[in-house]
Design a protein around this ligand. Structure first.
Ligand SMILES: Cc1cc2nc3c(=O)[nH]c(=O)nc-3n(C[C@H](O)[C@H](O)[C@H](O)COP(=O)(O)OP(=O)(O)OC[C@H]3O[C@@H](n4cnc5c(N)ncnc54)[C@H](O)[C@@H]3O)c2cc1C
Length: 296
């Protein structure tokens, strides 16, 4: 199918985008990488009157590390491919680089953007998953100004977020990983490049004896959005061996209730989620204590 007709506007300044979003409201859609928006337009699931192309806006590009605040700032237009290769991301948020490997195929990774993936809010998307585990914060702008929003407060349900029609995500901020931390993502999909049936991400910090002191785990594909897993995190405090990790991952079973769908039954997704969580915790722990081999 072909999209319904629309007016295409290639924006030159951030101010212009924000004014147009305010003026056109729900009649406008921002075009970033187009990897989710174009299929929606072609299937006529979205029929905006205006498409505002934000590609090339300098305010939404670039990656920056602040040694003072130990925070990484990643422009919303950063392509998945850049996430894979950028030295600052590899150094301070390697989980983001690792997650980008799982997103679609080369062509999709060459166009798709970090901000677009977050705004699209697919329940199985890898980038929102790892940003949830990393404690990322979104920088959101409108003509009224700029505000920060923790990613955990952004998602409202399947493909739904708190973003207003006049708002734009311009960047994502990620706290740098402590040196005694480890991270990992694990996912199960039917074919390489497919969205995951279930996925998990873990960030753990250990003390000098190799005991986990803090954990931030997130699960994907098993709820309307990526979710944090407080009971798993709690159960990992004081853990230091594979039995503990498996026990902690099983806390997920009571915490999620994925529905049956054409891809998989809810029970199967629940089973996969526990397996993926066990793997992610094991690898995150192995990295935190500095071994090369995953424990799981
Ligand atoms: C075949 C195929 C396979 C894929 N596989 C995967 C996969 O395995 N994992 C995965 O996570 N994704 C996958 N994707 C989706 C891909 O990652 C998209 O790039 C991503 O979901 C959207 O990013 P985008 O930059 O292309 O956004 P766009 O398609 O341009 O926009 C998506 C939505 O977000 C809005 N938007 C975009 N940027 C902003 C912004 N800065 N502020 C506010 N709103 C914004 C748009 O208006 C639109 O509503 C796949 C896509 C395809 C076509």
């Amino acid at each position: 199918m072909k999209p319904a007709s629309f007016t295409y506007v290639r924006a030159v300044t951030l101010d212009e985008v924000l004014r147009k979003l305010q003026q056109w409201g729900e009649e406008a859609k921002v075009l970033a990488g187009g990897q989710s928006l174009m299929p929606l337009l072609n299937m006529r699931l979205a029929q905006p009157r205006y498409i505002i192309d934000v590609n090339g806006l300098p305010e939404m590009t670039g990656v920056d590390w602040s040694p003072e605040t130990q925070t990484l700032t990643v422009g919303a237009l950063t392509r998945h491919r850049e996430l894979l290769q950028h030295p600052l991301i590899e150094a301070h948020a390697p989980l983001l680089s690792e997650a980008a490997r799982y997103v679609g195929h080369l062509a999709i990774r060459s166009r798709g953007t970090l901000g677009g993936s977050v705004a699209h809010a697919d329940p199985a998307a890898e980038l929102p998953l790892v940003l949830t585990a990393l404690g990322g914060t979104l920088i959101i702008q409108s003509v009224e100004g700029e505000h920060s929003l923790p990613i955990g407060d952004f998602f409202l349900g399947y493909y739904m977020t708190t973003l207003r029609p006049d708002e734009l995500i311009t960047a994502v901020k990620i706290p740098g990983l402590a040196s005694n931390s480890g991270y990992a993502i694990a996912e199960f999909s039917r074919r390489q490049g497919d969205f995951a049936l279930a996925s998990a991400a873990a960030v753990v910090t250990v003390d000098e004896r190799g005991t986990i002191t803090t954990a931030q785990c997130a699960a994907g594909g098993v709820a309307p959005n990526a979710i944090t897993c407080p009971t798993v995190n709690e159960s990992l405090r004081g853990a230091r061996n594979p039995e503990d990790f498996s026990q902690a991952a099983h806390q997920l079973e009571n915490f999620i209730d994925p529905p049956d769908d054409v891809q998989a039954s809810g029970d199967y997704r629940r089973h996969l989620a526990v397996e993926m969580m066990t793997q992610a915790i094991g690898l995150a722990y192995a990295r935190a204590i500095g071994t090369k081999e995953a424990w799981a």
